[in-house]
Design a protein around this ligand. Sequence first.
Ligand code: ADP
Length: 545
Amino acid sequence: MLPMGGRMQDWPLTVDRLLDGAAQWHGATEIVTRYPDGSVFRSSYADLALRARLVSQALRKAGVGQGDVIATLASNSLDHLAVWYGVMGIGAVCHTLNPRLHDDQLAYIANHAGDRWLFADGMLVAQAGRIAARAPGIGTIVTINDPRSGGFGEYPHLDEFIVGCDGADCAWGGFDERLTAGLCYTSGTTGDPKGVAYTHRSNTLHAMNTMAPDAFALSARDVIMPVVPMYHANTWGLAFSGPAVGAKLVMPGPQLDGGSLHALIEAEGVTFAAGVPTVWQGYVDHLRERGIARTSMQRVVVGGSACPASLIAALEALGTTVIHAWGMTELSPVGLVATPTPSVLALSTDEQREQALKQGRPIGIDARIVDESGRALSRDGSAVGHLEVRGPGVIERYVGHAHSALSDDGWFDTGDIASIDRHGYVRITDRAKDIIKSGGEWISSVDVENALLTHPDVALAAVIGIAHDKWGERPKLYVQLRPSLDEGDGRDLAQVFRDYLAARIARWWVPDEVEIIGTIPIGATGKIDKKALRALHEAGSQPAY
Ligand code: ADP
């Protein structure tokens, strides 16, 4: 029997320690922010740690304490990080609002969360004012980001807010690691948005898990550019994992078009970036149009929606390794990453390409697929069921809900439909609410879209299920053509696309109806908005060919 007394330190896993570590051991490492006017502002982890403490001190002076909810409405910048850590460091809750949401949704979310303060990008003050007018709990608005742009109306800038503070009288941490640190609402594609509260512990563990070699393989030698906004599911953890490894950070601000990203990547030597497929599509299109064949970006995480094979091929041709990842707000958010195992590396090149299209294997979570009755299905690559997960970064219940979000045996239903293969790779075939059931059988909209996206004339493709008398549902395909293509060049493009698909997928999966539209609607987190497409169909839009 072990004698009494031996033990390890009780070291709460609070996120302030991640930034303190970065400031202490990588204090001179740069944090680069691109302001909305395109100019670049250089600072460091030492600067950030100080600025965050000044924010903490000013908040404290203003009466903010543990558990108070402080909202942000901002793009990725040094100031946003300073508010993020300044709020979390004193045990208050940082609630990131997504500026791309409608005012109604933002007002609902701000009221539901009990937001008291709002830190907003200078260019978003009008929107911030409208939200505050409808969310009476918000007593003060402070503007952040480019201090030179001015025009903030009645609201002070962060520089004014922290005047008189020196950062000295401001202790961080010292509270329970299970305290809520951050808050993010799901985008509410079905029903009202729901709040997901991350704890200091869950954020720290998620950062540890995602920076490991089998996930994003982050290190102090990386230059990390989080293209994914801080308001989209916790920056996929990068606002924590970047400081945790002490990597240089490049915060791209609001301009995420291909040209702006390319300029920043090359100027700052970005080695690692992360974002949704539509953003990277814009990036590769920009490079293709200019005949640029190489990029200095070594690795890119593509997630948020399925990464098309054509995009993987285009990025790899530029010399970038694509890391396909899957996650959701409720998971902090990363849950699956498609990094190879020895058994995958032993496959043929074509088979490895197939694997890279899957969403990957569990990172920091446990996962299973179950049938309608909750019975676990086998990992044979063909059984398809509801994907369920559990883990230290997985939600237990939504904000304000009296009941748990879990099944009786402790699993969270992701709302995704998937198979798991013998390598442990999960393949998402659809969201449960997007899946198409034709004649009693499932059609994977993701597979149909992926097949069409390899066609050179197609910029974006989206498949929805529409009611059908005989089959229950049939797939309908929406296509957005590449900008250079003239719709009226005489070809029956709908038939061209149907023939193309017929050669690649099961015949009964080929959509009966194909509609070519100018722009496929994109939602608040940069993903194709199928709800809007369903509404378009309901409204009886006419094919444009
Ligand atoms: P919302 O889409 O409502 O904004 P999230 O950003 O949390 O909310 O999205 C989570 C969902 O996005 C997942 O449940 C899944 O359907 C989809 N998703 C995320 N990553 C991928 C991926 N790599 N492939 C396919 N679907 C993905």
